[in-house]
Ligand binder design. Structure first.
Ligand code: XLS
Ligand code: NI
Ligand code: NI
Length: 438
């Protein structure tokens, strides 16, 4: 069989001394850490849209990266993309992938034609999954590219558009179930508004919740046992998106009684767009019992949009893995590289260098996060910092046995109290010691 990446060999672990750019230096899939292989801890996934579809277009220029895979006819291109994607996953030893309906098959002139095309490509993907032993982490519907969704999909001001979106979600769910998907994602790209002058926010949000309820009910009725996720993002493409950040989404889910049906798919670059850290968003999801999956990437401090760069910052990866481990690790979720090579990184091998850089960075993050946990100094410090809530007046507060009168009595008797140092710099240097000390 002819290859789409003939110059790329299977990428193998060669250890940190290797200078081979087409090798892993830190990601050793079968290495066991805390009772689990790195492969199972990290559950890496390929994003179909960036990897197979993104051609390097930007606001000022056309594509720089050829993703036609030697074909001309749109369906032939789609088939070649499918084949190339499995070759790529095989060579990179990535077990999972994620897609939007329109990534795998181009939209037709009618919904019926689009659905037929989807079925045709899904047949091929099903075969390839068996052949290469790959799994679907999650599926989703693209409810943002077509111009019919310019005012939103589930939050559109027009019922026909809502109905069309629902039909698209139904089909995407069917394909996800058929391919054994472990999850289904809602990312509300156009679910928001540009100006309140033309927007009925209350109705839009009620309708969005209805679409989600219908989707959950339908999916369960056709045997979907995976997790549903919402992927928060504050803006882009809309000025304001309803799924702003994890906290906002949790409030939405609770308001509509959907909080037992959804978890979070947290994306690093979306966190930073919301003026949070990746770690913050993971922590908020985790403390609310809603941690699910991750879209790994990074933004650029100097740019205010979703640059979707491959994650290579080891501190970020370490703190992210620290949160993920503390949240119990991935169950049905995984680590999807929602990331793309830069526009100017346009040679076929660049996509391999990109994935290798991200996979190695997260492998390091995993190792370092366990080093932090095993070291115990950080956790010990936090425990100690809150120790006054273990006994005496603190224990009364925690158990709900304090009231305003008792607390005033206590405070009056004390006369004054002193707060303790937070020791941020000391803790940051401990982290460096754990990461780089011998
Ligand atoms: C866009 C989102 C998108 C979702 C899937 O910013 O990250 O790619 O992950 O619809
Ligand atoms: Ni994403
Ligand atoms: Ni994104």
């Amino acid at each position: 069989m002819s290859e789409f990446y003939p110059t790329i060999p299977k990428i193998r672990y060669e250890g940190s001394k290797s200078k081979n750019p087409l090798a892993f230096r830190f990601y050793n899939p079968e290495e066991v850490i805390a009772g689990k292989t790195m492969r199972d801890h990290l559950k890496f996934a390929m994003s179909y849209w960036h990897t197979m579809c993104a051609e390097g277009t930007d606001m000022f220029g056309s594509g720089t990266i050829n993703k036609k895979f030697g074909a001309v006819d749109v369906m032939e291109v789609a088939k070649n993309k499918a084949k190339a994607s499995f070759e790529l996953m095989d060579k990179l030893d990535i077990d999972y992938f994620c897609f939007h309906d329109r990534d795998i098959a181009p939209e037709g002139d009618t919904l019926a034609e689009s659905n037929e095309r989807l079925d045709e490509i899904a047949n091929l993907i099903e075969e390839l999954m068996k052949k290469y032993n790959k799994k679907l982490l999650w599926g989703t519907a693209n409810l943002f590219s077509n111009k019919r969704y310019m005012n939103g999909a589930g939050t559109s001001c027009e019922a026909d558009v809502f109905a069309f979106a629902a039909a698209q979600v139904k089909k995407a769910l069917e394909i996800t179930v058929r391919l054994g998907g472990e999850g289904y994602v809602f990312w509300g790209g156009r679910e928001g508004y540009e100006t309140l002058l033309n927007t009925d926010m209350a109705l839009e949000q009620d309708n969005m919740a209805k679409l989600m309820r219908m989707a959950v009910d339908y999916a369960r009725s056709i045997g979907f046992t995976g997790d549903f996720y919402i992927e928060p993002k504050p803006k882009e493409p809309m000025k304001h998106q309803y799924d702003f950040d994890v906290s906002t989404v949790i409030a939405f889910l609770r308001k509509y009684g959907l909080d037992k049906d959804f978890k979070m798919n947290v994306e690093a670059n979306h966190a930073t767009l919301a003026m949070h850290t990746f770690q913050h968003e993971l922590r908020v999801a985790s403390v609310n019992g809603m941690f699910g999956s991750v879209d790994a990437n990074r933004g650029d401090l100097l740019l205010g949009w979703d640059t979707d760069q491959f994650p290579t910052d080891v501190y970020d990866c370490t703190f992210a893995m620290y949160e993920i481990i503390k949240a119990g690790g991935f169950t049905k979720g995984g680590l999807n590289f929602d990331a793309k090579a830069r526009r100017a990184s346009n040679a076929p091998e660049d996509v391999f260098y990109s994935y290798i850089s991200g996979m190695d960075a997260f492998a390091l993050g995993l190792k370092m996060a366990y080093k932090m946990i095993d070291d115990g100094r950080i956790e010990g410090f936090v425990k100690d910092r809150y120790s006054s809530f273990k006994t005496g007046i603190g224990a009364m507060i925690v158990s709900g046995n304090a009231d305003m009168v008792k607390l005033e009595e206590y405070a009056l008797a004390k006369g004054d109290v002193q707060a303790l140092s937070g020791r941020q710099e000391y803790l940051e240097s401990i982290v460096n010691d754990i990461l780089f000390g011998q």
